[in-house]
Design a binder for this molecule. Structure first.
Ligand code: DSN
Length: 403
């Protein structure tokens, strides 16, 4: 046994147990999911796809991958699914590899407005190898679809990403589908943040409007750290070889052997996320986010949101990092983030991002959100930090992380 690592794992378990994670992209996977990730499946190489592997000994792996695909397709209303991407960033890169040549034009939402690095941000390979045009948000922090339409008509990108990491509002998938149609572009919905909400049926599923869906599986979906790419009926109507192009881009285009331990855990999480209990969980995530936003507003803080699981707080020019640190010191874990119209920068943002998937997994409801909201307001008011910390700890003890 490697005691050094065992002790560090225990230290991290305790940290998770004794703090409140309000990071909207974090969650607690079930024991079944975690056991699958640590199972003997990690020992096997399975390059290729079910029935077409490059190594012998893959009959069980074929069954596992097919099960994950079937469950995932049903859950998200997809015609084709690839469950092999190692995470969200390679999934999005695989989509680009399948659909555009280096130097061709793509479009996505600016990182500083709540988009993602891999939707064409300038320091990402997606912004370096492709010509990237980006849309932002208006003063209220919302996407202006008319502006996106103007940009797209002017630039004619081949691929458009719709999907966010720090956007507290619903995306109008129908409008985006019309925008993409106007220039015959492929429309990709990156639902990484909201896939648990889609699975739980509490936000709209973009599958009826887009050609491709990408998502990580470890955020609101509560699965392992992995990702999938889905092709919709519209996608196959637009390009009948789209599924083949996606599969080839993932393997052998970008990756080697799939992580079959992760894929088995994905199969488990798709089953869990299709349950009645998960639908109740997803609903509670939304109720909790609204309750938290209300309490923070009542405490005089400037809140952006919320239609979904997250909200942004304006904490003053370039004060995001120091605020996140102050909150961490009392056991409330958030991340610094840019806010709409931020006069700071990604390195010195003026906001923090909060979300409710993880605390909802611990069983907390609106009453606890109000308590947490009040504690956050007290941190801003300069109240006694030791006292706040002990109140946070008491909430954590009442709502332990799932085993
Ligand atoms: N790191 C993810 C998030 O926190 O939203 C995005 O990749």
């Amino acid at each position: 046994m490697d005691n050094l690592i065992v002790n560090l794992v225990e230290k991290e378990r305790k940290r998770q147990e004794e703090t409140l994670s309000l990071i909207p992209s974090e969650n607690y996977a079930s024991k079944a999911v975690r056991d699958a990730v640590g199972s003997v499946l990690a020992n096997k190489y399975s390059e290729g796809y079910p029935g077409r592997r490059y190594y012998q000994g893959n009959s069980v792996m074929d069954e596992i991958e097919n099960l994950a695909i079937e469950r995932g397709k049903k859950l998200f209303k997809l015609e084709h699914m690839n469950v092999q991407p190692y995470s969200g960033s390679p999934a999005n890169l695989a989509v680009l590899m399948a659909l555009v040549e280096p130097g061709e034009k793509i479009c996505g939402m600016e990182l500083s407005s709540g988009g993602h690095l891999t939707h064409g941000h300038k320091v990402s390979v997606t912004g370096k190898w492709f010509k990237s045009v980006q849309y932002g948000v208006n003063k209220e922090g919302r996407i202006d679809c008319d502006e996106v339409l103007d940009l797209v008509k002017k630039e004619s990108p081949k691929v458009i990403f719709a999907g966010t990491t720090a956007y507290p509002w619903a995306i109008d998938w129908k409008k985006f589908s019309k925008i993409a149609e106007s220039v015959d572009a492929f429309l990709v919905a990156d639902i990484s943040h909201i896939s648990g909400l889609v699975a739980g049926g509490v936000v709209e599923n973009p599958a009826d409007y887009v050609h491709i869906v990408t998502s990580t599986t470890h955020k609101s979906l509560r699965g392992p750290r992995g990702a999938f790419i889905g092709v919709t009926n519209n996608g196959l109507e637009k390009d009948e070889s789209l599924a083949v192009k996606i599969d080839r881009a993932v393997f052998p285009g970008l990756q080697g052997g799939p992580h079959m331990n992760t894929i088995s855990a994905m199969a488990i999480c798709f089953e869990e996320a299709g349950s009645h209990e998960f639908a109740i969980y997803a609903k509670q995530i939304l109720k909790n986010a609204k309750a938290l936003a209300e309490e923070l507003r009542a405490g005089g803080l400037k809140v952006f949101g919320t239609d979904n699981h997250l909200l942004l707080l304006d904490v003053g020019l370039e004060k995001g990092r120091e605020t996140a640190l102050k909150l961490e010191n009392v056991g409330i874990v958030v991340n610094a983030n840019t806010i709409p119209g931020d006069a700071g920068s990604a390195m010195k943002p003026s906001g923090i991002r909060l979300g409710t998937p993880a605390v909802t997994t611990r069983g907390m409801k609106e009453a606890e959100m109000k308590k947490i909201g009040k504690l956050i307001v007290r941190v801003f008011a300069g109240d006694n930090l030791d006292k706040i910390k002990s109140e946070v700890l008491s909430i954590c003890h009442t709502y332990p992380c799932p085993n």
